[in-house]
Design a protein around this ligand. Structure first.
Ligand code: TXA
Ligand code: MG
Length: 344
């Protein structure tokens, strides 16, 4: 399949490409485009056959449901059977933006989206290109991150070109995603609100609006074999570069000492800006030590850089787990298959 590249720099000037992207999606095709979190791979959420193509293009596990993207708040009522007061309050506070809400679904949501669950995940993105294309299509749009399943989510158009050329109808070249990690996913379908995936909208942000929430156990620990997934996405190996990562949960001095003992061909460090100069191996940086947002912004890009450099084994200095740090650690620990070492 030929994959068109549609450049959109300015949604007012590049109306033609916005229309084209919307037409491809309306015709049952697949278009990758930027959102504020990561690039997504979009299809008409109400067309089961189009949604199935997403799974094929990504090699996505069949049991992993998709997020549906809307452009106006009222579209939530087209998809969700119940919209509790807490959902309305959270949407008022954080939409458009990187918060996904899981709610009981209506029958119009095809099983190709929900994959056997009776819920649907909904989000209203902030990125103006995504918003313009959704609006132009007049449809709710399904989209996972636009990477091959298991690889890091794409934050720049080149990542999407690398993963998806020949597999989808079009890729919108619309600059970089500003947040760099995927949206926060919160379920409001059970008795108490449950944080399934942390993101740049933090636990504190959410609790300041709706009070106490519960954190899914799978956020910072591997799932036990007999455990039922609260969010199917947590089950799968995820976000990982080809290199084998271990997280070093230690002070900076202990980290340097550890790498000195374990340096070898193919060994790389994943550390914070400025620290690379003290290390005896090549290093890639993931933002600033005391700035979780900058780490979120850089993490997936750093993973792809490590692959490009041919890293075989990577020692990552453990980031803070506070605030947005929870989201950074969630992605990093998974990429490391939970190999977290405490060298003391
Ligand atoms: O920022 C984002 O959320 C990006 C952009 C493109 O919007 N999308 C994204 O989609 O990250 P994806 O498919 O890579 O991750 C969706 C996550 C998965 O962990 C999935 O299991 C979970 O949301 N999910 C989707 N529907 C669900 C449902 N009904 N119940 C529980 N979890 C659900
Ligand atoms: Mg993904």
């Amino acid at each position: 399949m030929e994959t068109k590249i549609l450049k959109i720099q300015d949604i007012k000037k590049d109306v033609e490409n916005i229309t084209l992207a919307a037409e491809i999606i309306k015709g049952g095709g697949l278009v990758a485009m930027p959102t504020e979190t990561v690039y997504g791979l979009f299809a008409n959420a109400l067309n089961g056959a189009a949604v199935s193509k997403i799974f094929k293009a990504k090699g996505r596990p069949q049991d992993n449901p998709l997020i549906v993207h809307i452009e106006a708040f009222d579209d939530i009522y087209r998809l969700a059977k119940e919209v509790p007061e807490k959902a309305v309050s959270l949407a008022r506070a954080f939409w458009p933006g990187p918060l996904t809400l899981v709610l009981p679904k209506k029958d119009v949501v095809p099983q190709e989206i929900s994959r056997g669950l009776d819920t649907v995940a909904i989000r209203m993105p902030l990125h103006e290109i995504a918003r313009a294309v959704i609006k132009k299509s007049g449809l709710p749009l399904a989209a996972p991150s636009a990477n091959i399943s298991g690889f890091p989510s794409p934050t720049a158009v080149q990542h999407v070109i690398d993963d998806m050329t020949g597999r989808i109808d079009a890729i919108v070249d619309g600059g970089e995603s500003s947040v760099g990690i995927e949206s926060t996913v919160l379920s409001l379908a059970g008795d108490t609100p449950l944080l399934l995936r942390p993101g740049s909208i933090t636990q504190d942000d959410i609790e300041s609006i709706i009070g106490e929430i519960t954190l899914a156990k799978s956020i910072l620990s591997p799932m036990a074999h007999n455990e039922k997934a609260q969010s199917p996405g947590m089950k799968h190996r995820h976000y990982a570069p080809r290199a084998d990562i271990a997280v070093i949960d230690a002070s900076y001095d202990e980290y340097v000492e550890y790498i000195n003992k374990h340096k070898a061909k193919g060994v790389f460090a994943l550390c914070f800006v400025g620290q690379e100069k003290d290390l005896p191996v090549k290093a890639v940086t993931m933002g600033y030590e005391n700035d979780s947002l900058s780490q979120a912004n850089r993490l997936f890009d750093a993973f792809r850089e490590l692959d490009a450099l041919g890293a075989k084994r990577v020692y990552a200095l453990c980031p803070s787990r506070q605030g947005i740090g929870l989201a950074v650690c969630n992605r990093l620990f998974r990429a490391a298959s939970f190999e977290i070492l405490k060298p003391r």
